[in-house]
Design a protein around this ligand. Structure first.
Ligand code: NOJ
Length: 541
């Protein structure tokens, strides 16, 4: 029996606003995805995940949804979405959509009704409206992930909770309407043929009923709490919701899946989300947050696989996404620790070093068991754009932090596809992309890299093809082999070894029959610093 597709799929994240612009309004759209499906199929990915495409005022790039059953006019129409789903399937790929259940837009009809209905009304009970503290301030000390208080006061004096932007009021998941509505939304998209859902803020839906103060006065999204009784993150009560969702997905057959975005303290907590009757997979942010050190990487792989094996779920691996400083930039910094959240201090970046490590990291990631997520543009080796002028910044973090944190726009700059000047084929010639593309990306366009034998794009092509064809890669057994300090030696069966030199000195390749792929050119069986290789080795086990 073959394993379900999602246990070792490579899934490509499309941040729709920045992938491809079909109509020239500067914003990516469904037409832009449809015209590039062949690129994705040729790249060798198994599935795409499309970030929110629903009608939205775009206060948080679409993560503020005002209608869960339609498509924003800037992205296209529901009919186009249905065509895209069919075309993705026709290309033998799958499609996952983004579900945003923690909060709606403040323009969602429910929130508008709640505002109109007034304090203590049944309409307000779908959200978390409360009276202020006796001091006149907000009901408690919770902070928004984007900076500032997590409460906003409305005209009649009540406050509502928003763990993110003030335009993203949190729903009250104790309310039966909320539960019923999201079950219906799931069915709406499953009926349209989507293969699964990425669940936004999966660890945040349920809040402590008393909404008590948090002892520390600042909870960073990037610093998940290492405790089980946090008032709003990773509470036990969320699991019951997912057990209900799993039943719905299963009723559509074994191939519809969920992936949780859950920022939790440790793999054991993540494993709770992917128990057999809950979600199928969850992003493993520990890998993304890990520093470029052999021992640290090995420890993350060990802890992750151990915790997930215990519940029978496959691990996932991810290096970048639309919320995090791109990994070329992270790996190019002296301190490579951390996901590069907007709250982290910046340091000088050696982009060349970052790209070199990114190439090696790809070979490690794709050699590990389980499934992997790629973020659009990483196959081109894009770095974070850290010099966007302040006047173009759109991430709500910029305003909410009082202009102290620039936010996540730097990893969301529209892709360079072709040509010699912006918009680099992102849209028709006169398109002005919603964020400006740096002229230096002229050397990173997909068109150019397709013709360069050792480009980043070429490495992705070759690695993904091998991963698909080689019987040892994907699901299956694995083990570490003894190795020199700073070197990772990962054995996959049958007959493959992945070696990653994370140290700053060259190392010798182990005995092998054939070099399958390397992230850098090799000479005389020497693997340079910050590089990796896949080797065919003798033996079965
Ligand atoms: C996580 C998403 O990835 C991020 O982009 C968004 O701002 C927050 N959730 C809030 O929806």
């Amino acid at each position: 029996m073959t394993a379900p597709w999602w246990r070792d799929a490579v899934i490509y994240q499309i941040y729709i606003r920045s992938f491809g612009d079909g109509n020239g309004d500067g914003l990516g759209d469904i037409a832009g995805i449809r015209s590039r499906l062949t690129y994705l199929r040729d790249l060798g990915v198994d599935a795409i995940w499309v970030t929110p495409w629903y009608p939205s005022p775009m206060a948080d790039g679409g993560y503020d949804v005002s209608d869960y059953r339609d498509i924003d006019y800037r992205f296209g129409t529901l009919a186009e979405a249905e065509e895209l789903i069919a075309e993705v399937h026709a290309q033998d790929m799958r499609i996952i959509v983004d579900l945003v259940p923690n909060h709606t837009s403040d323009q969602h009809p429910w929130f508008q009704q709640a505002l109109a209905a007034g304090p203590d009304s049944p309409e307000r009970a779908r959200y978390l409206f409360r009276h202020g503290a006796s001091s006149g301030g907000p009901p408690n000390n919770w902070r928004s992930v984007f900076g500032g208080p997590a409460w906003t006061r409305v005209a009649d004096g009540q406050w509502y909770l928003h763990l993110f932007d003030a335009h993203q009021p949190d729903l009250d998941w104790e309310h039966p309407d909320v539960r019923a509505e999201f079950e219906s939304i799931l069915r709406f998209w499953l009926d349209r043929g989507v293969d699964g859902f990425r669940i936004d803020v999966a660890h945040g839906l349920v809040k402590h009923p008393d909404l008590p103060d948090i002892e520390t006065d600042h909870e960073d999204m990037m610093e998940p709490p290492d405790r089980t009784d946090h008032p709003h993150w990773d509470r036990q009560e969320v699991h019951e919701i997912y057990r209900g969702w799993r039943k719905i997905a299963d009723s559509y057959g074994p191939d519809r899946v969920f992936v949780a975005e859950a920022w939790v303290a440790k793999p054991e907590r993540l494993a709770c989300y992917v128990r057999p009757d809950e979600l199928h997979t969850a992003f493993n942010f520990d890998f993304l947050r890990c520093s470029w050190h052999a021992d640290a990487l090995r420890a993350v792989v060990d802890c992750t696989t151990e915790a997930l094996d215990a519940v029978g779920a496959p691990p996932t691996w991810v290096l970048s996404n639309h919320d995090i400083t791109r990994h070329v930039t992270r790996y190019g910094r002296a301190s490579t620790r951390g996901g590069g959240s907007q709250h982290e201090p910046h340091g000088p970046v050696d982009v060349g070093l970052g790209r070199r490590r990114a190439r090696a990291a790809l070979l490690l990631m794709l050699a590990l068991p389980g499934s992997a997520y790629l973020y659009q543009g990483e196959e081109l080796g894009l770095e974070e754009v850290e010099d966007l002028p302040p006047e173009v910044l759109q991430d709500p973090t910029w305003e909410r932090s009082g202009h102290t944190a620039r936010g996540r726009d730097g990893c969301r700059v529209p892709l360079p596809w072709s040509g010699f000047r912006p918009p680099f084929g992102f849209g028709p010639v006169d398109t002005r992309p919603w964020l400006p593309q740096p002229q230096r990306w002229v050397s990173l366009t997909a068109e150019l890299q397709k013709r360069e034998p050792d480009s980043m794009l070429d490495l992705y092509h070759r690695a993904l093809r091998l991963r698909r064809d080689h019987p040892a890669l994907g699901e299956g057994s694995w083990s570490w082999l003894p190795s020199a300090p700073g070197v990772l030696l990962l054995r996959r069966s049958p007959g493959l070894v992945c070696i990653v030199n994370v140290s700053n000195a060259p190392t010798t390749l182990p005995r092998h029959e054939r070099l399958l792929l390397s992230s850098e050119p090799l000479q005389d069986s020497v693997l340079p610093a910050d590089s990796a290789a896949w080797l065919e080795v003798p033996g079965v086990g």
